[in-house]
Design a binder for this molecule. Structure first.
Ligand SMILES: *Cc1c(COP(=O)(O)O)cnc(C)c1O
Length: 416
């Protein structure tokens, strides 16, 4: 029921989907001139290696040995068959999940935090700034920075900073510094958009600092493709030729991309994004150029967006509260290669608790969106008598999100 691989089977190259996309990506635009961005706009914020990966047309990019050595501390992650969930659902479908919760930070995010810290360190950068919502990305980057001895400053959405202390403590344990965002408006609850503005301004103003983003950008999705490449091999170990459907939750698109992009060129594999109905970027947004942050300091990206000033309600899946999505994911949805569904919060927690009571692990609220979609698909298989192979991304554990479970179990959770 559980397929693991030895540490020497971590993929040695990342898969770059860009040359294989159904439609060419539209270039990011300069926030002022609206002309395609040139590298000189990005060099104050990112190392050359990552700028190169952002625009690369190569299908595979080698993973540096030093990065591989670190990924091998917890990778390959297990592929698990959710046999007890299948039995509870009485479905003929076979449900597998790829368990990214086993990383030090408890999610997929270190897969990109480590190479980002590595390339910055290699180019002499001594300090990284970033934003974080509930703290998953901030903690992953603080961990990665600690491995390379560089400073990490995290701008955390104020509402989470005040209500969710434990990931802040993780960041500090790994040596990072955390402040509440927006820094200049102490009454404002903050959003990912305001925190990105703070982090970009900080890095832009300091010679020794770069900025780091945990999702959305091409190089981030690239780094996450170790997930799908491993899953492909593990499914074969499990005796499956291929998944019929691959499902991931989508906040910015990095865990979904990491799992699903290695399957893009196989048209027999259906791809599905699950998002919250309170922040329905793919299912309710419009495809347009928009800023990545709330104040409009970042380049404009071609994506589905709810508008850069959109402030989503304070749902518990903090990692899915972003007004836009990765241009790569949006390209696939726009071209009809990937589908998207949106779920209200209570339906998501119904699925999370059903999973916990059958399989055991308690998922992150973000992850539970993918579980909801996987359960719905498995039920459809039962109704139609179809034996499909379902693969979903278990992006992280929910052991630091127990307040959300308490609210759900006590009936205090809003529909949103
Ligand atoms: C951050 C996070 C997400 C959402 O981010 P993506 O870039 O869409 O993957 C999902 N699940 C978990 C556990 C996260 O920490």
């Amino acid at each position: 029921m559980r397929w693991t691989m030895p540490s020497d089977r971590v993929p040695e190259a990342w898969y770059n989907v860009v040359p294989d996309l159904p439609e060419p990506l539209q270039p990011p635009l300069h926030p002022g001139t609206r002309e395609p961005v040139t590298p000189d706009l990005l060099t104050p914020l990112f190392p050359m290696a990552l700028i190169g990966q952002e625009v690369s047309q190569e299908n595979y990019i080698d993973i540096p040995g030093e990065v591989l050595d670190i990924l091998r501390l917890w990778r390959p992650t297990p592929l698990v068959r959710a046999r007890r969930l299948e039995q509870a659902l009485q479905t003929p479908a076979r449900i597998y999940y790829k368990d990214e919760s086993v990383s030090p930070a408890g999610s997929h995010k270190p897969n990109t935090a480590v190479p980002q810290a590595f390339y910055n360190h290699a180019e002499g950068v001594r300090r990284l700034t970033t934003e974080t919502g509930a703290g998953q990305w901030g903690s992953a980057l603080a961990y990665a920075c600690s491995l390379f001895g560089i400073e990490c400053k995290v701008y955390m959405v104020r509402a989470s900073y005040l209500q969710k202390p434990y990931r802040r403590v993780m960041i500090e344990t790994w040596g990072g510094e955390v402040v509440a965002s927006p820094v200049d408006e102490p009454e404002h609850p903050g959003s990912l958009g305001t925190a990105i503005t703070d982090a970009v301004r900080d890095a832009g103003a300091r010679e020794d600092s770069h900025y780091s983003l945990g999702s959305v950008l091409n190089h981030v999705l690239l780094h996450q493709t170790v997930i799908g490449q491993e899953a492909k091999e593990q499914l074969q170990m499990a005796g499956e030729e291929r998944p019929d459907i691959v499902i991931g939750c989508c906040g910015g698109g990095s865990n979904l991309g990491g799992l699903s992009l290695p399957f893009v060129t196989d048209s027999r594999v259906e791809l599905l994004a699950a998002e919250p109905s309170s922040c329905p970027t793919l299912t309710g947004g419009k495809f347009d150029y928009d800023f990545g942050d709330s104040a409009g300091v970042t380049p404009l990206l071609a994506m589905y967006t709810l508008g850069h000033e959109f402030v989503p309600p304070a749902i518990h899946a903090g990692g899915l509260r972003y007004h836009g999505d990765a241009p790569i994911i949006c390209d696939l949805v726009k071209a009809g290669r990937m589908r998207a569904v949106a779920y209200p919060q209570t339906k998501v927690f119904d699925a999370a608790v059903q999973f916990a009571r059958t399989q055991g692990p308690i998922p992150a609220p973000e992850t539970a969106h993918a579980i909801r979609a996987a359960i719905d698909e498995a039920v459809r298989c039962r109704e139609e008598g179809r034996e499909r192979v379902i693969l979903f991304g278990y992006s992280g554990h929910g052991l630091l999100d127990l307040q959300a479970y308490d609210d759900y179990l006590a009936g205090r959770l809003g529909e949103e």
